[in-house]
Design a protein around this ligand. Sequence first.
Ligand code: GDP
Ligand code: MG
Length: 160
Amino acid sequence: GEHCGRRSAQSREQTYVMVKPDGVQRGLVGEIISRFERKGFRLAGLKMFQCPKDLAKKHYEELQEKPFFPKLVKYITSGPVVCMAWEGPGVVASARKLIGSTNPLQAEPGTIRGDLAVAVGRNVIHGSDSVANGEREIGLWFGEAELCKWHLELTPWLLE
Ligand code: GDP
Ligand code: MG
């Protein structure tokens, strides 16, 4: 039908997801990528990256007045991260559900933080909190040429 050739704006929603330095060191990269892949989202961008301090500050600029901000910047720049752009219908909210609450001790079992972390300052993963922030963060962390516009052939088996 109408939707076969052209994908709707809603199914092209994107979010920025990042395995933080503790997740990389603990060997959780594959596990985390798998959860998003198996859910049915399209991986639009993926790279390993040592985050410079100024980018960490920009990424978390909404939190700059928080007492934990210096620790947060130190945490995010303490080792390489894995940057991802994921795409799909409702991907921003869905990724937040897959990730779980900020405090891993409050995160539900079955979520990434609920299953794999115990401390708010070592909560292994980031996910954008709104569609606007998803766009902003993908723009911060990825260059245009790093985002791949491949077609997920499984789409008719994932979307009605
Ligand atoms: P998120 O969107 O669930 O990642 O949470 P926030 O945007 O509120 O905070 C960003 C990140 O800052 C969190 O993922 C934590 O790593 C860190 N963070 C948030 N609150 C605290 C806190 O109270 N203490 C410490 N040490 N880190 C925090
Ligand atoms: Mg946040």
